[in-house]
Design a protein. Structure first.
Length: 332
């Protein structure tokens, strides 16, 4: 079906709340960064009398010390990595991200800060009571603890930093609609496949064959062939719109977005480069499932960033969603 397709702006309708939303999204990770800074300073000062000079600050793959620094230098370097790098990530996502993307940046920053803090402190703790830092060994439990603590901090941040509230729905007259009777039901489905992803899957199959022919290595070729199968399963995307909302499926991944979580829908033109490539993407334009350049269905959601899916006949899907939204009973 063709028609008068109105292209939405890349940012969609106001799915984020400007400066208050940014401050709310960065509040939790900033608190985590401050806590990491305080813990690092307190523990390093408390352990200082029991530590060798200089300190081992870098370890090789076997856990042996191969880099050294003074106590002051180690403190500055630790705080630089613990706070500096996560803070740059947080600022970048907060300034250019929207909705779920800002939430992802907050989660990543917190997890990374805690991971670096625990890992660096475990390396210092292992040197307490030593007179020569060359004798230090990085305990494997320290790495495991750092990974666990990092994931825990990331999960806590994700839970405490809720997604930004959605903006108001545009005027109904500005959105595409289908001329359905009140008692008439309709279902819209569409499917698209990505030639780029299909070529990548084929290249992995060829690579798997080459690995086996050259090395006769079954494990390596088998892993590559399995990767090809996974990539091939992500070649196409299927979308369904009905009275329950929107459902998308890509390989083994699928999700239903209830109608009550959708505020509006539009047909847009999608450029993969604006989303950073093909496949499932997170970008400043929101979330997207990109299979090719061309028409896409973009929905604006309450409590989450926009979602765009490249599918043929996106105008019809958007029109049906808006019609169903107009029919849905209002709450509040």
């Amino acid at each position: 079906m063709t028609g008068d397709t109105r292209q939405a702006q890349p940012g969609g309708t106001g799915a984020t709340g400007g400066r208050p939303a940014r401050l709310r999204d960065i509040g939790v990770p900033l608190a985590v960064l401050l806590a990491c800074t305080a813990v690092t300073i307190v523990l390093l000062r408390r352990w200082r009398a029991d530590l060798p000079s200089p300190l081992a600050t870098h370890f090789d793959g076997s856990g042996r010390a191969n880099g050294f620094m003074s106590w002051t230098g180690n403190l500055i370097a630790t705080l630089g990595f613990t706070v500096g790098f996560p803070l740059v990530l947080l600022a970048t996502f907060a300034l250019v991200g929207r909705g779920q993307l800002r939430r992802f940046g907050a989660t990543l920053s917190s997890g990374l800060a805690v991971f670096i803090t625990v890992l660096s402190l475990s390396g210092v703790h292992a040197q307490r009571g030593l007179t020569d830092a060359h004798q230090a060994r990085l305990p494997g439990v320290g790495l495991a603890l750092a990974v666990a603590a990092g994931f825990a901090a990331a999960g806590l941040t994700f839970w405490l930093a809720p997604p930004s509230p959605g903006g108001p729905r545009p005027a109904s007259s500005e959105l595409p609609h289908l001329p359905l009777r009140r008692d008439e039901r309709a279902v819209w489905t569409s499917h698209d496949a990505s030639p780029i992803v299909l070529v990548a899957a084929g290249a992995l199959v060829i690579l798997a064959g080459g690995i086996y022919l050259l090395t006769h290595e079954l494990v390596g070729s088998g892993i590559t062939l399995a990767a090809a199968a996974v990539v091939a399963s992500l070649t196409g995307v299927r979308v369904r719109v009905d009275q329950e909302g929107l459902t998308w499926r890509m390989g083994v991944f699928h999700r239903r977005i209830p109608l009550s979580h959708i505020t509006s829908a539009r047909a847009v033109k999608v450029d993969p480069m604006k989303y950073g490539g093909w496949g499932y993407r997170l970008s400043g334009n929101g979330q997207a499932i990109v299979t090719r350049r061309g028409p896409g269905l973009r929905i604006t959601r309450s409590g989450a960033s926009d979602l765009t899916i490249t599918v043929p006949d996106a105008q019809t899907g958007a029109a049906l969603l808006n019609t169903l939204l107009d029919r849905a009973p209002t709450t509040g």
